[in-house]
Write a protein that binds this ligand. Structure first.
Ligand code: IVH
Length: 673
């Protein structure tokens, strides 16, 4: 057989075995037999380089390491799901769907497990894998194509026929539990750090800049839906769509089921709950989607989640442990937060040693005392919290908790406003804890963006009195830094370079970096836009400040307080004298940002912004606003009662976003400056 024919035959055969192994879970060959085919193909391709092709199974690990991931804008946004925990919430969901559709009788739903991995989007053009991205902020993700190509459960080209010319497949990347165990024992043998759970291991593996590393991690993909599909008819229901995805070569959940009515949904939940422990991968609930795709479209989305689907989550795992101590932390604005120090305990996939107790009232309400046996869970599966205490196990004489009356760091008086739940240290920047937090905030990525100035370093700089205020950072020299513990020459000069670079900034960043209470990024931007330069802001009185969109009396008062403090004005002067500069006037997005030069069309009534406000924000970010939708339109921002413009956008395939997505997009522009 001529080489080119043998190469083609081997490719088909190898992909077929990949599919049998990774998708159908029904391998025909032993690993050794598979390897033999693979090596034969590699040898032939090496001998005949003219036959090499990017979609050959040997080319899954073809790409060189990247310096960083490029951003990829999703053709349709990747949304999230609303959650239900109790049966009643599921019943309410089913009722709402009936009302919206004016439907009677049981509705059909497609039910699937909720995979606990990370969402990705795969784009196929004419059946060939073009690129793949992480979810990111839902609008823009990271281009991880080279890494996704190494997953053998992801077809490099679609099988079967009838696929759309342009197709976005949505699904989850995950690690099977058995593969996770193997990966961790390999890490142990190599003396490398183990991963805490399959989800983290999958996320870490997918976000490797070197695809050769990803290729050594046994990641899998499972498809649960589509984003965009152009150029071919789709089936009428979601369950048929999943069957179609399976025909095209994607793994889909074997446990998916079409169910009918509320009883069907709850029955499925119970059934999967029973199977949960014996499934090969972690799940954290199930997902119900209205099966009828046309009806899905009619229901649409609210905010960032579809109305036609809901995640029914399993209850968070709860475990018992001992409360060893309650320590009190001081935040940037002096707020004191009690933190529970716990005997280490494994819950919800990670080892937990601390849990926030929020504030004094919360500790009192739950009557939490040192020495207690406490029930711990991870709220929303992320932040550890104490659910309740086991009163019967309380050691005799355990005292009630009370907040210290003086700051545990600087001994200043602790004050608590009658109307606030928070107690605060009154030491301000005299308090080293507040000073450290203020410096970390000043240097943070969205503020002055000084890379390398982390908490360990700030700790040392403040404790050794080398740095007291942000202005001191700009006086740092190599000598002072080199004397610090664990500071190599290279990192010291890198840090100095980062500090130097941070001098070129923008007015919104600078205002945000000052750390004025209640002035977040968005308010800083509004202030910069309104006043145009810093001196006008510093001189503004309350009435001036109240003119700024979204600035109310409390925020205005915080700003006034900050600006009337001589110490703050002095630091600002020193920063300017040190060479910190920004362009005054309009807040302009540089070319190359997500929305610079993009064309937007506004239609319908937006929930909070007026047309004018939206227009100003878009223009300030470097975008253009046009009145009519055409092929040149990049985004249609649709609000309530959007009419023909929305329809036209859909016909032309223009991306439609809502107000929240618009704001996300514009924020993104600001933060990538
Ligand atoms: S559908 C428009 N189905 O859950 C709805 N999502 O909370 C899009 N997820 O980021 C999601 N299993 O990563 C869907 N069977 C499933 C899922 C699933 C896991 C994840 C997905 C998404 C998150 C939303």
């Amino acid at each position: 057989m001529p080489a080119h024919e043998r190469v083609l035959a081997l490719r088909v055969e190898i992909e077929e075995h990949n599919h049998r192994y990774y998708v159908l879970d029904a391998p025909l060959l032993s690993d050794a037999e598979y390897d033999r085919l693979f090596r034969e193909l590699q040898a032939l391709e090496a001998e005949h380089p003219e036959l090499l092709s990017p979609d050959s199974p040997t080319q899954r690990v073809g790409a060189a390491p990247l310096p960083e991931f490029a951003a990829l804008v999703h053709a349709t946004p990747m949304l999230s799901l609303n959650n239900a925990f109790a049966d009643e919430e599921v019943a309410a969901f089913d009722r709402r769907v009936h009302e919206w559709l004016a439907a009677n009788g049981d509705l059909d739903y497609s039910a699937e497990p909720k995979f606990d991995g990370l969402a990705v989007s795969l784009t196929y053009q004419d059946g060939i894998l073009l690129h793949g991205a992480t979810r990111g902020d839902g609008t823009t993700g990271e281009d991880v194509t080279a890494n996704l190509r190494t997953l053998r459960s992801i077809p490099l080209h679609l099988q079967g026929s009838g696929w759309p010319a342009l197709l976005e497949v949505r699904g989850e990347v995950l690690l099977w539990r058995s593969d996770f165990e193997r990966l961790n024992s390999r890490q142990r043998e190599k003396g490398e750090k183990e991963f805490v759970n399959p989800r983290n291991a999958a996320a870490g593996s997918l976000r490797q800049l070197d695809p050769r590393i990803t290729a050594t991690r046994p990641l899998r993909f499972v498809a649960y839906g589509i984003g965009l599909a152009e150029g071919a008819g789709l089936p009428a229901t979601h369950s048929e769509l999943l069957d179609r995805l399976a025909d095209w070569g994607f793994p889909v959940a074997a446990t998916r089921r079409r169910v009918s009515g509320l009883a069907g949904l709850l029955g499925y939940y119970a059934e999967i709950g029973r199977q949960r422990a014996s499934l090969p991968y972690d799940i954290d609930g199930v997902v119900y989607k209205l099966d009828d795709l046309a009806a899905q479209e009619r229901l649409g989305f609210v905010s960032r989640a579809p109305r036609f689907a809901i995640a029914h989550k399993f209850p968070a795992e709860e475990v018992l442990t001992e409360l060893l101590d309650i320590s009190v932390q001081v935040g940037r604005t002096g707020a004191l937060t009690p933190v529970a120090r716990l005997a280490p305990v494994f819950v919800g996939g990670v080892t937990v040693t601390n849990a926030t107790l929020h504030n004094e009232d919360e500790v009192r309400r739950k009557d939490i005392r040192i020495g207690d046996t406490v029930v711990v869970r991870r709220a929303g599966d992320v932040i550890p919290e104490i659910v309740r205490v086991q009163r019967d196990k309380r050691p005799a004489g355990a005292p009630e908790f009370s907040m210290p009356t003086s700051c545990p760091v600087c001994a200043s008086k602790v004050v608590r406003n009658a109307e606030e739940a928070v107690a605060r240290c009154s030491g301000g920047l005299y308090c080293p804890a507040q000073r450290k937090q203020a410096l970390l905030h000043f240097a943070s990525r969205r503020a002055m963006d000084i890379e390398g100035l982390g908490d360990k370093l700030v700790e040392q700089l403040v404790d050794s009195a080398i740095v007291r205020t942000p202005a001191d950072l700009y006086r740092l020299g190599l000598l002072a830094l080199a004397n610090l513990e664990r500071m190599a020459d290279k990192s010291a000069s890198n840090l100095l370079a980062a500090i130097e670079q941070s001098k070129q900034t923008t007015l919104p960043r600078f205002i945000y970096a000052l750390g004025i209470r209640n002035v977040g990024e968005a308010t800083a931007r509004d202030l910069a836009r309104h006043f145009g330069n810093l001196d006008r802001l510093l001189a503004a009185d309350e009435a001036d400040l109240l003119q700024v969109p979204d600035v109310g009396p409390i925020v205005a008062q915080c700003i006034r307080q900050f600006c009337s403090e001589p110490h703050n004005l002095e630091v600002i002067e020193q920063l300017r004298a040190a060479g910190v500069v920004w362009p005054d006037g309009e807040v302009l997005a540089p070319a190359g940002c997500a929305s610079a030069g993009k064309v937007f069309v506004l239609t319908g009534t937006l929930p909070t912004l007026t047309r004018d406000a939206a227009r100003q924000m878009i223009e300030a970010a470097g975008g253009k606003v046009s009145n009519s939708v055409s092929k040149k339109t990049d985004f249609v921002v649709a609000g309530g009662e959007a009419g023909s413009k929305l329809e036209k956008a859909r016909t032309l395939g223009v991306t439609v976003i809502d107000e929240e997505q618009l704001l996300a997009l514009l924020n993104l522009v600001q933060t990538t400056q």
